[in-house]
Design a protein around this ligand. Structure first.
Ligand SMILES: Cc1cc2nc3c(=O)[nH]c(=O)nc-3n(C[C@H](O)[C@H](O)[C@H](O)COP(=O)(O)O)c2cc1C
Length: 205
């Protein structure tokens, strides 16, 4: 499903798969486009962020919120960060769900939990809400190789309208650095959200 018009509010869930840089770039682009972002970062994602980036991201939601607002020079009203048990947050209910949600990168654990409707933490619940409310949900899984269990979970979600966009950038735009590969993936996610960008050129332009 591709969003018809530019969404106003987006949930971004960062889980503990490799590829934290995709999530940070996506967050930056969403904030630059004045999207209101609800951010959730799993405990495992915090370990991956510390492993794969130089950032010292605080673990508490309020401190994390201030950190990212400062880091991306965003408007203080634009970003809200929620912890894994914050059941009173808007993302936990269909009555106040965001226009779209992206899980980037998505672990096989969170993929599996979403596919079976576990809702054991706020990320899983927020994704479950998007599915039940028939709103746009984009999942960016990262693992290699995929086992039959992973593939079955992806197929199950794709069959009910979830967009599965594996973190596997193309090389036809002649990337020169890692940032070009990250931008390839983020550009495709933004395309599906109908959010304008100039990250990479379009095919045959
Ligand atoms: C540095 C690092 C990289 C990881 N990469 C992946 C990965 O690419 N895919 C994956 O499914 N799990 C990966 N894991 C394992 C998950 O983080 C682990 O299964 C965790 O329980 C997932 O929890 P979450 O889905 O709540 O984030 C990685 C863990 C670490 C520490």
């Amino acid at each position: 499903m591709i969003q018809d018009s530019k969404p106003r509010t987006i949930s971004l869930a960062i889980t503990g798969a490799s590829g934290a840089a995709y999530a940070l770039r996506l967050l930056e682009c969403l904030l630059n486009e004045n999207i209101h972002v609800y951010l959730m970062v799993s405990p495992a994602a915090q370990i991956v962020l510390a492993t794969e980036t130089d950032l010292k991201v605080p673990s508490q939601p309020k401190e994390m919120q201030s950190f990212f607002i400062k880091h991306f020079n965003a408007n203080s009203e634009q970003l809200e960060v929620f912890g894994k048990d914050q059941w009173m947050s808007p993302v936990a209910s269909g009555s106040n769900a965001p226009d779209a949600m992206v899980v980037c990168p998505c672990t096989m654990g969170t993929l599996s939990a979403i596919a079976c409707g576990a809702s054991n933490n706020l990320i899983e619940r927020a994704a479950d809400v998007m599915i039940k409310e028939k709103r746009q949900l984009i999942i960016v899984p990262r693992e290699t190789p995929f086992s039959p269990i992973h593939l079955e979970n992806m197929l199950k979600l794709a069959n009910i309208g979830v967009t599965i966009m594996p973190a596997n950038p193309g090389f036809y735009h002649e990337p020169e650095e890692i940032g070009d590969l990250i931008d390839f993936m983020v550009a495709r996610i933004l395309d599906h959200l109908s959010i304008p960008h100039t990250l990479i050129g379009r095919w045959s332009e």
